[in-house]
Design a binder for this molecule. Structure first.
Ligand code: NAD
Length: 451
């Protein structure tokens, strides 16, 4: 059992630069179009009823906000003391399975297309661990590392004010994502309370998850996405009679998801042989200490320069000899260019949308398994659900309960998706969509299409 180390301390996010992993030449650039193609493929294969199909075909709401902020701590000359506006998005894809749920990311490449795709992914993800939430996502187009904490706080509070008509404890519940953290969630909660018609209502805390424990968060939330990823890999290893001890893995993105996944795998006896982040990549074929590397990344802002690890190029990183490859950074990482480099047997998707359709094709041709994002990284939203229940009056759930809860959900649903792969003679990603659409579809049919 891995104990959270430092997981709940308020801190600014791990530095990440503006560059994103580039898709190969000629590859699909619209993430939303890629999701739509996957949705249609699954819906066709399973013969999805036309009512859920029509309901789930497009997002219910797409909101664009203008967020003006007085800047005081910019690293860009001439910005301090002046007002600047940032574009923000919230896409509420669907709420038939439960209230809208999805993170907010701060990144310069945030776009409406990206947020739509990520909101769709949340919609498919929650049913896969039987979590009664719908799907949403938000983002602000900003490089947060170019600003100081006072600017980030002002941006967060103004964004929350702009979102007030759209979010709420039983309406739409944001959470952390790339470059957002507990501190930012606490500011969202506080700003929401300041404007709530009943500021003393204790359930106001349920407006956002991933908060600090002091504000109603759970100690087990910070590790949860990485923990779920570990459990998905453990199920795959069991299924393939592959002992965890000595299993080699490489992780791209050593932030909240990647570092925790690496720590859980390390504690189970697996061997971290390569790690990468926005600044570069390191390798240690005999095994790197995942906890030490996480501490180094927290301290220095990067995996680069970890004592005892060799600096390697991007291509060397992708080519590392490892049974498991974990993309846990941004989208478009496993592409027609990078997929042929991989030496792994399974890609376990910690990031959302890390594999392009062309990347998927290469993996399929090479017989590499994929544990898709909508299943593999669902541990975070599952534990967000427990935090949300706690904020609605349930006792806090401890890390032992969370470990059992996640292990049970992953084992049961891994088996169901695996059966679906066999039944429909399809790949894991399509099977995961089919399981999710079956669950949502059943509810739509019972509820009926209004009016
Ligand atoms: P984070 O900001 O904590 O960490 C992101 C990491 O990715 C950092 O190490 C950063 O350096 C690295 N990175 C950024 N650009 C890169 C590049 N071009 N090349 C290599 N590395 C790069 O973010 P996070 O919360 O860990 O999220 C990572 C991914 O996991 C995202 O796709 C996110 O949507 C997804 N996800 C997060 C959660 C969650 O609970 N935080 C849940 C489900 C899915």
């Amino acid at each position: 059992m891995v104990k959270p180390k430092d997981g709940n301390k308020p801190k600014m996010a791990v530095p990440a630069g503006p560059k994103a992993p580039a898709a190969g030449a000629g590859e699909e650039v619209s993430l939303y179009a890629a999701d739509k193609a996957r949705f249609n493929r699954a819906a066709d294969l399973m013969g999805l009823d036309d009512r859920p199909r029509a309901l789930l075909n497009e997002p219910r709401r797409e909101v664009i906000y203008n967020v003006p902020v007085m800047i005081s701590q910019s690293r860009t000359p001439g910005e301090n003391g002046r007002a600047k506006s940032f574009l923000a998005y919230r896409v509420q894809y669907n709420d038939v399975y439960g209230p809208y749920k999805g993170g907010i990311r701060f990144h310069p490449q945030v776009s409406l297309d990206e947020v739509k795709a990520l909101a769709a992914a949340m919609t498919w993800k929650c049913p896969l661990l039987e979590i009664p939430f719908g799907g949403a996502k938000g983002g602000v187009a900003i490089d947060p590392h170019a600003y100081g904490p006072a600017d980030i706080e002002a941006l967060t509070r103004r964004l929350t004010y702009e979102m007030l008509p759209d979010i709420g404890p039983d309406q739409d519940i944001p959470a952390p994502d790339v470059n957002t953290n507990e501190q930012i969630m606490d500011w969202i909660y506080d700003t929401f309370c300041m404007h709530a018609s009943n500021k003393y209502n204790v359930t106001n805390a349920a407006v956002v998850t991933g908060k600090s424990v002091a504000c109603g968060g759970l100690a087990g939330r910070a590790p949860a996405t990485g923990q779920g990823l570990f459990l998905a890999i453990r199920e795959w290893a069991r299924d393939h009679k592959q002992p965890l001890k000595g299993l080699r893995f490489a992780v791209q993105g050593f932030g909240k998801v990647g570092a925790w996944a690496a720590s859980f795998l390390h504690d189970a006896g697996c061997r971290l042989v390569a790690a990468a982040d926005v600044r570069g990549a390191v390798a240690g074929p005999r095994g790197l200490d995942a906890h030490g590397l996480a501490a180094h990344a927290r301290k220095t802002g990067s995996v680069v320069g970890f004592p005892g690890a060799a600096g390697v190029s991007d291509d060397e990183f992708f080519s590392a000899a490892a049974e498991v490859f974990i993309p846990a950074a941004l989208e478009n990482s496993v592409t027609a260019r990078t997929a042929p480099l991989l030496k792994c047997r399974v890609v376990a998707e910690g990031a959302n949308c890390p594999t392009t359709p062309q990347g998927d094709q290469v993996l399929a041709e090479r017989g590499i398994d994929v544990l898709p994002d909508i299943f593999a990284n669902a541990g975070g939203v599952a534990v967000s659900y427990l935090e949300w229940l706690h904020n609605h009056g349930a006792q806090p759930f401890d890390v032992e309960y969370i470990a059992r809860f996640l292990a049970d959900r992953y084992a049961r649903n891994y088996a169901i998706i695996s059966e679906t792969v066999k039944k429909h003679r399809t790949d894991w990603r399509t099977a995961a969509y089919i399981v999710s659409l079956t669950r949502i579809g059943e509810k739509v049919i019972h509820r009926g299409l209004y009016p």
